[in-house]
Design a protein around this ligand. Sequence first.
Ligand SMILES: Cc1cc2nc3c(=O)[nH]c(=O)nc-3n(C[C@H](O)[C@H](O)[C@H](O)COP(=O)(O)OP(=O)(O)OC[C@H]3O[C@@H](n4cnc5c(N)ncnc54)[C@H](O)[C@@H]3O)c2cc1C
Length: 394
Amino acid sequence: MSDLDTFRTETRQWLEANCPPAMRTPPGEGEIVMSGSRMRFQSEDQRIWFERMRDKGWFAPDWPVEYGGGGLDGASTHVLETELSRLKCRPPQVNLGIWMIGPVLLEFGTPGQKQHFLPPTARGEMGWCQGFSEPNAGSDLASLKTAARIEGEEFVVTGSKIWTSGAQDADYMYALVRTATGGTKQQGISMVLIDMRAPGITVRPIDLISGKSHFCQVFFDDVRVPVTNLVGPLNEGWNVAKRLLQHERRAMSKFAELNMPGPNLVAVTQKFQGDAQGRIISPVLRDKVAALDMEAHVQRLTQQRIVEMAKARKDVFNVSATMKYQAAETEKKSMETMVAALGWQGLTWEDAGVAMDAREATKQWLASKALSIAGGSSEVQLNIIAKRVLGLPE
Ligand SMILES: Cc1cc2nc3c(=O)[nH]c(=O)nc-3n(C[C@H](O)[C@H](O)[C@H](O)COP(=O)(O)OP(=O)(O)OC[C@H]3O[C@@H](n4cnc5c(N)ncnc54)[C@H](O)[C@@H]3O)c2cc1C
């Protein structure tokens, strides 16, 4: 038996013995543990699963042991991920620090930064948010204006970031700031790590039309950040940011793996537009629902293939831009059809007469609007597909 086979057998046995059965079901709404110092568990099983995986170093299985990781090589990490998905284990926690800034610090960080930031992140004690977008810099990220001037041993940061997911609970933000002007807009950008408890930071949650919000606008009013928190060279943060965005694309496919349950197009349409046997009465609606259901099924299979390709360290950039566009558009069409099938119950969730699943479906329809914006808008994905996949001229 090879070492890898032995590792597979031992890992399978360990997971069977240590992953509580309740943690082998898809997480419900609000059941994902976002790790960090303000983390909350909703059940004893969540806590047990979190602590057992933390103690193995398996939140970050391929990070070196000295930084709190599992010290696994690529092949063993792949085995672990395969065994976790075979058993349908929930992720014990989610943290942008582990998925995005951690790998960037391993590559670009100073020894001091690695020692200070990586171990608490790998243990789930330090939560992170991403400070890239600004009110006038989203798709055109390099137009960002949040400024950082150097005073002695500190940066002094002024400006604002927007659409910052999870900023209200995060301990640190990895942020892009402008440290020089002149030259191209990509020049003069630097990446810094900002303590979210530093004086001068104001975090304001933004209400969404779907009724729940993990979004914030963050304001910086002369916020002091040690110069030792600069990641990579001064004024050359754009290259660091591009590497981080590569890790973000991989993380987006991990989100797809979370397999959240929710109102289902077929079930909702059968309930609200079906006959006594639950068959959809209108042939036009029936055809539409069947076509969308097949499209979604094909996408799930393709998504799974991309996840496997990414795990095998294959280049998934082109195919994931295509899938990101296609999946967002199909999901939005499905949600439109679902909410139309609800009739008047799709117009409000405040009326006491509205069924519980109709309320959830309506919220999901509103939340689906974000899919073609988050992680790069659909139009920007089409630009990428035109240039990088189809090879069309600028
Ligand atoms: C759920 C969600 C989570 C997010 N989390 C974060 C986060 O944690 N941190 C963070 O920094 N940001 C986050 N964002 C912000 C996200 O990255 C931006 O919203 C996104 O990049 C689009 O930028 P924008 O909103 O400024 O829109 P704009 O860039 O202003 O775009 C407006 C419209 O113009 C179109 N457009 C823009 N440029 C082009 C072009 N060249 N060609 C054709 N059409 C174009 C866009 O497609 C869009 O329809 C999040 C967004 C969402 C929805």
